[in-house]
Write a protein that binds this ligand. Structure first.
Ligand code: SF4
Length: 124
């Protein structure tokens, strides 16, 4: 790992873990999820909730925990900007970026690269 990446990670990882319970996916979409980290969802869903959200807004898998996506919707309503970004369709996770710096991936555009095989029109 390069020195610059190590330095950035030394700041990003503890900061985002403390504030957002970040799981270091390397392709941050907090601005599209009302600042609720979608990787805390036990199913790692990045395009909205599954069908198992309980009537009280809690998670199907962890009944005592609020659904990440209920929090995302509520959080998105409170944001002064990016309110409509929750409607953006997110591409599949690129798990090769797990553990890398999302800040660096944002700057160099790596987080915008669609994983191989998922390009539009790729269905056969
Ligand atoms: S979306 Fe990824 S980078 Fe952003 S807070 Fe969640 S795990 Fe961390």
């Amino acid at each position: 790992m390069r020195v610059l990446e190590r330095l950035v990670l030394a700041v990003e990882k503890p900061l985002k873990e403390a504030v957002w319970d970040c799981r270091m996916c390397g392709q941050c979409i907090l601005h599209s999820t009302g600042l609720s980290c979608p990787m805390r969802c036990p199913k790692n869903l990045r395009n909205g909730p599954c069908g198992g959200v309980r009537a009280n807004g809690n998670c199907e898998v962890f009944p005592d925990t609020r659904c990440v996506w209920v929090e995302a919707w509520e959080g998105s309503r409170r944001l002064p900007v990016f309110k409509d970004h929750i409607q953006h369709l997110q591409k599949p996770m690129d798990w090769q970026l797990q553990g890398t710096s999302s800040w660096i991936n944002l700057v160099n555009g790596r987080d915008q690269v669609t994983p191989r095989g998922w390009e539009s029109g790729g269905h056969r």
